[in-house]
Ligand binder design. Structure first.
Ligand code: GDP
Length: 300
């Protein structure tokens, strides 16, 4: 799915409200700003971000001497692109030589396994040699679920039995990646939220093994967040992201929410680039995030 289809709900539930407001009020006055503020907050853009955004719009309106509300549409989309772009690069960091190691973290149910499968498919279709590491040895069924994606995408899964030490799985996986000249190693990790300190210890151990075996790795630590959980996703990210050295975010299920503004809130509050977005359940429904394309798909 492309942004255009995947963002249908957000377009209907958010952008159309903005458009209607512009047509209905016509004039840029206090009531207009108030209503716009409400719509933006309703779309989960986040209160702080909305306040800042409205201030910037006011300044632009003054500077450009705008009076008709419809003239504000391109200004709003420009500002959103700026907010989403941030300073860091949205593209995935790839190793110059040797396997690129991408570690996935995130709580259960957010779409971690699905995203790993989709990403494996994407790399595979680019002609790259991909391996998967079944690092969630804790949740029942997690290894099998990853193997289903392995079969579906034609990618080998490195695994041990359930309950085994995830760091040992990672060691095996890294050795296999080196021996087989893999281009990419994608690693799953456990996502239980209870017992948070254990999980952090586990992640640290995994980190150490990977770092020791491949200098410069992991090249990405991607935290997966479920966009349909809105502000919850944001607090989850704050909790989880603090200590785990996250380098990028994946927002899944954007097709399932009308509140796509959450992407802006998360980008603003965490200052971690959004690198990938999930736009459906199928193998192809993963897009590299591009702020311009994203906003264009919403407003064009
Ligand atoms: P995990 O527990 O984090 O590994 O989550 P799963 O990968 O098992 O995904 C949980 C559910 O979300 C599954 O039913 C997936 O099909 C679904 N899912 C994952 N990503 C997306 C997405 O981008 N869009 C939609 N609509 N569903 C998704």
């Amino acid at each position: 799915k492309q942004f255009k289809d995947g963002l249908e709900k957000t377009r209907k539930g958010f952008v159309e409200h903005v458009s209607n407001l512009m047509v209905r009020r016509r004039k840029i006055d206090e009531e207009f700003y108030e209503e716009l503020e409400e719509i933006l907050i309703g779309a989960d853009v986040g209160v702080n971000t909305v306040m800042g955004l409205i201030d910037e719009l006011r300044a632009e309106v003054k500077k450009r001497r705008l009076s008709d509300a419809s003239e504000l549409r391109p200004v709003l989309s420009e500002k959103l692109v700026e907010l989403l772009r941030g300073e860091q690069d949205n593209s995935l960091n790839m190793s110059q030589e040797g396997p690129t190691v991408i570690l996935f973290v995130g709580v259960n149910g957010v779409g971690k396994t699905t995203t790993i499968g989709k990403l494996a498919h994407k790399f595979k279709s680019e002609g790259k040699k991909v391996l998967l590491a079944a690092g969630d040895t804790f949740r029942a069924g997690a290894i099998e679920q990853l193997e289903v994606w392995g079969t579906r995408t034609g990618v080998e899964v490195i695994k041990q039995s359930p309950g085994s030490d995830p760091a040992a799985v990672m060691y095996d996986a890294v050795q296999a990646a080196k021996q087989r000249n893999a281009d990419i190693l994608i690693c799953d990790t456990a996502g239980r939220l209870q017992n948070k300190s254990n999980l952090m210890d586990e992640l640290n151990k995994i980190f150490r093994v990977i770092q020791r075996e491949i200098p410069g790795a992991p090249h990405e630590v991607l935290m997966v967040l479920d966009a349909t959980t809105g502000q919850n996703a944001l607090s989850q990210a704050k909790l989880f992201g603090e200590k785990s050295g996250v380098t990028g975010l994946v927002l899944t299920k954007l097709d399932g929410t009308a509140k796509g503004g959450i992407v802006v809130a998360i980008r603003q509050e965490l200052n971690i680039p959004v690198k990938l977005v999930g736009l459906g359940e199928k193998m192809e429904d993963l897009q590299e995030f591009d702020s311009e394309q994203f906003v264009h798909a919403l407003f064009a």
